[in-house]
Write a protein that binds this ligand. Structure first.
Ligand code: RIB
Length: 287
């Protein structure tokens, strides 16, 4: 069984600020750093750092050789990353005093996935293999449809949420992993019990995991509910914590670890990621 992650790759420009910039305001940052990120890349790095093999597919600018070498250093297979003329995607990230973030992304090369690349990549995977997707590249639904036709087990993280997600074939997804904001937008409900109930009714064949940050995570499928607490840590930067959870969860599951134990491992890794500034670099290595 192989794991494919078809997802984004970003350069993260991270600014430490007292408070997020408000409309009409100009503020100075306390600190600045450039890191590798992107929900896709972070999730691939988490899968690899947790001891599973992962193939990352996506697009970057052809001059960004260091991204490939960094991914290789982290153990991620880069054979399916296309090098193109478009600029690599980037994110402008503000981190406030509480370690919360506020992110603007520019898709760039992430939005240049073409049909040929999708078909070529998927031709290397077979029934039962895992595919992980986020909502940070173009053609996500096309990939869901094609992966489903091939019998791949699809894990989908609808982040960042866009209204297009409501028209995706989520009923073909094996596991939908989302946070509270994404859940609210997907279900139209505020309370998390209502979110889970609404999405379970709408997608009865799809397993769900709702991540609630420091309040833990909840799995729901077919009348089974599993709740796992988060570890209490001093959060410095929550960037990539959700990505770490997803990568670790999928990796553990692929090693036949139970859902509950996979959630616990994922939660532990995610809490460690919040204690370090940055994206992929903040993901811990726990084997
Ligand atoms: O989930 C965190 C990621 O979101 C960052 O690394 C940034 O690139 C954005 O995609």
């Amino acid at each position: 069984m192989k794991i494919l992650n078809f997802g984004s790759i970003n350069k993260d420009l991270v600014y430490n600020v007292e408070d997020f910039v408000k409309p009409g305001e100009t503020i100075s940052s306390r600190d600045y750093g450039l890191y590798l990120g992107g929900k896709g890349l972070n999730q691939s790095v988490a899968i690899s750092k947790s001891g599973s093999e992962v193939y990352h597919a996506g697009c970057i600018n052809k001059s960004d050789h260091s991204i490939i070498s960094d991914l290789k250093k982290w153990g991620v297979n880069t054979d399916y990353i296309n090098k193109i003329d478009e600029a690599t995607g980037h994110a402008i990230i503000q981190i406030n005093q509480d370690g919360e973030n506020s992110i603007i992304i520019h898709g760039g090369a992430n939005n240049c996935v073409e049909k040929d690349q999708i078909d070529m990549v998927l031709s290397n995977f077979n029934e039962g293999d895992y595919i992980l997707l986020q909502n940070e590249i173009n053609s996500v639904n096309e990939i869901i449809e094609k992966a489903h036709k091939k019998g791949l087990r699809i894990f989908f993280n609808p982040a960042p949420y866009s209204s297009a997600v409501n028209n995706y074939s989520i009923e073909k997804v094996n596991t939908l992993i989302y946070n509270e904001t994404e859940g609210q937008r997907l279900s139209g409900k505020k309370d998390y019990n209502q979110i889970i109930k609404t999405l379970s009714n709408k997608y009865p064949n799809t397993r769900q995991i709702l991540t609630l940050g420091e309040r833990g995570s909840i799995y729901s499928f077919d009348k089974n509910t599993i709740k796992v607490k988060a570890e209490s840590v001093k959060t410095i930067d929550s960037t990539a914590a959700g990505d770490t959870y997803i990568g670790y969860y999928i990796s553990s599951l692929s090693k036949k670890v139970s859902v509950k134990q996979s959630m616990k491992i994922a939660s532990q890794a995610a809490s460690i990621a919040t204690t370090i500034v940055g994206g992929a670099n903040s993901i811990p290595e726990i084997n």
